[in-house]
Design a protein around this ligand. Structure first.
Ligand SMILES: [Zn+2]
Ligand SMILES: [Zn+2]
Ligand SMILES: [Zn+2]
Length: 339
């Protein structure tokens, strides 16, 4: 029997369609052939990107030259522009504003072929330190309400360059999907006086069936109402609304969790294409009093979504998802993958 499952945060229903008979092992993907053309993100090509915003250079090399570990540059073809005013205006019954925002590229490594699962906790921690640096910095721009960090790995997932990189977009409005989550968490908190994500962590650790890996700081699991096969969430065990609140030892524990999860995915599915998003708290100082309880009710997290199925008409038309695999089976499958 198919099963309807409800996401406890935003109340979205998902159809777990067991009779479609997809077992976790049915998703092994074809390897993606790498492009061998010129790459503007490789070390030595620093002049082919806009000047860097910040970089992690362990050897104190000069900016915009070789000798970096992680490098952040403005997107050459930004979806939103950093310069300018908001220009809010009405056009009859419609509202509009200028496309102001930040769009940055985080080049995770000088090595063209070094995917996330090939990092050491030390090298990955530098990427996360840079995320933290950018989130803190953009929090000071009062035009922005939210900063999303995300990654598209592989062409199916939307990547146009194969060199390992993540992206960041800061927006002048709170994005709908983020807003739904913030409001869902707030509603739950108003009702139960507890953080919904802390409750999810407690429940997952008690039920155990959807857990993939955990250490002292983090837990990773396939969520109860997974939208996609192999959807994975990573949550810090310490309650905190903001990614940028992490101390270095927590960043190391996150790096360990992330690498284990990525290694398991790479081994189980033959390096699948995927998206990941970082859902951290919104910028709030400019709007005191709006998200009053957010320090208690929101809990930052990472969502990883391998690209194994297509979102089609029913999903677009309803916001419902049909997942042909059972999250408990997927989690068991991933737990058993040796890395
Ligand atoms: Zn490259
Ligand atoms: Zn919490
Ligand atoms: Zn989320």
């Amino acid at each position: 029997m198919p099963e309807l499952r409800k996401d406890p945060v935003i109340g979205r229903w998902v159809i777990i369609a067991m009779e479609r008979g997809k077992r976790p092992m049915d998703f092994h993907s074809e390897p993606v052939t790498d492009d061998t053309g010129f790459c503007p993100f490789c070390e030595g090509h620093e002049d082919k990107t806009p000047p860097e915003i910040v970089a992690y250079r362990s050897n104190h090399h000069a900016a915009n030259g070789p000798g970096w570990d992680v490098r952040v540059v403005p997107n050459k073809f930004p979806a939103l522009r950093i310069e300018g005013e908001m220009g809010k205006a009405g056009v009859g019954m419609y509202d509009k504003m200028n496309g102001i925002g930040a769009h940055e590229v985080i080049i995770e490594t000088p090595d063209h072929l070094k995917k996330f699962h090939m990092h050491t906790p030390e090298s990955l921690s530098r990427v996360f330190e840079i995320y933290k640096n950018r989130l803190l910095d953009l929090n000071h721009d009062e035009r922005f309400k939210y900063t999303l960090i995300f990654k598209n790995e592989g062409r199916l997932a939307g990547a146009s360059l194969s060199h390992p990189h993540s992206q960041l977009i800061a927006t002048p409005v709170t994005p709908k999907r983020v807003r739904e989550e913030l409001l869902g968490a707030k509603d739950y908190y108003n009702y139960k006086d507890r953080c919904v994500f802390c409750d999810i962590i407690r429940e997952e650790m008690q039920q155990e069936s959807r857990i993939i890996y955990e250490n002292n700081g983090f837990v990773s699991f396939c969520p109860f109402a997974s939208r996609f096969p192999f959807e994975i969430w990573i949550l810090p065990k310490r309650h905190s609304p903001d990614f940028h609140s992490m101390a270095h030892d927590e960043i190391m524990l996150l790096s360990d969790t992330f690498i284990v999860v990525m290694k398991k995915l790479a081994a189980a599915l033959n390096e699948p294409q995927y998206n990941f998003v970082l859902h951290t708290g919104p910028v709030r100082w400019a709007r005191m009093g709006y998200w009053v309880t957010i320090d208690q009710d929101f809990h930052w997290h990472i969502e990883i979504m391998p690209k194994l199925t297509q979102v089609a008409g029913f999903e677009w038309g309803t916001g419902f998802y049909i997942n042909p695999t059972v999250p408990e089976e997927t989690a068991r499958f991933l737990r058993e993958v040796e890395v």
